[in-house]
Design a protein around this ligand. Structure first.
Ligand code: F6R
Length: 261
């Protein structure tokens, strides 16, 4: 794992955007497949990518995107559906074709079949080149809650009460938060060729420490990333607050910038 500790959320956004830009610029004319997360963590990165699109000509014209997850039972027009969220916060502001921004259908008559279909769709598209992730306070990635199978595929999951209460801030009341989601599985996420996880704020500090330094296991699903060969974790000082070996990660960063600089 590459671990980058930035001073603040803007620094985190720039680091994550740099990785998107690199994949997009080197993707060639056959294009790249991006894996997009929703929630608050990636929003600053999306704003930075929109800025680079407008001011620096960064083009998403050869990109397609798959979302990590979607709530079950709310329509795509609902302001909290992830289908709508990603358009409002990112894709409608850049030159990615709308029909190539793909998400599970949370209103499918058969959500179980829809999840399997979605999983096959990612594989049929050749897999994800760069996946951006956030992390839940309980260590979930996507909506793979604690005890999710480490090899799981895209499927229907039941949210924990903690996640429902964390996400209630986006809804009128906790009762309005859907209990079920369709989420890419941990096995699905692990097939992405590169992964970048962004986290900011003190509320993520214990999950970040558990993911990077804790024992590997399904009770902190994000620990599966310890097994991935190309993961970058970008955190601000607050989210890095519980890392035992933070000085070592900073030392590596300094050595790397000396070599590159
Ligand atoms: C969102 C997702 C979730 C969030 C996580 C953190 O698509 O899959 O894993 O990344 O719940 O949410 P925020 O960023 O709102 O703290």
């Amino acid at each position: 794992m590459e671990i980058i500790i930035e001073r603040d959320a803007e620094g985190v956004a720039r680091q994550v955007a740099d990785r998107f830009e690199s994949v997009i610029r080197h993707g060639g004319r056959f294009g790249v497949t991006l894996g997009l997360a929703t929630g608050s963590s990636p929003v600053a990165t999306y704003q930075e990518l929109i800025r680079r699109h407008r001011e620096e000509g960064l083009s998403f014209g050869h990109a397609r995107a798959f979302l990590l997850d979607e709530y079950v039972g709310i329509p795509r027009s609902h302001e909290q559906s992830y289908h709508r969220f990603i358009r409002e916060h990112f894709t409608s502001h850049v030159d990615i074709a709308d029909e190539l921004v793909i998400s599970p259908d949370g209103q499918a008559a058969d959500p179980v079949g829809e999840a399997a279909r979605y999983d096959r769709g990612i594989a049929d598209a050749g897999g994800v080149d760069l996946q951006i992730l956030g992390i839940g306070g309980n260590g979930h990635i996507g909506f793979n809650e604690p005890t999710s199978a480490l090899t799981s595929r895209t499927r229907v999951k039941t949210l924990t009460e903690q996640t429902i209460s964390d996400n209630a801030r986006f809804f009128d009341s906790p009762e309005d938060v859907p209990v079920h989601v369709i989420t890419q599985g941990l096995g699905t996420i692990m097939e992405a060729r590169r992964i970048v996880l962004a986290a900011t704020g003190e509320s993520k500090a214990s999950a970040i420490a558990a993911m990077i330094e804790g024992p590997f296991g399904a009770f902190c699903p994000a620990t599966i990333l310890q097994m991935h060969p190309a993961v970058t974790v970008v955190v601000d000082e607050d989210a890095a607050g519980e890392l035992q070996d933070a000085e070592y990660y900073r030392f590596i960063q300094r050595q790397k910038s000396r070599l590159e600089g």
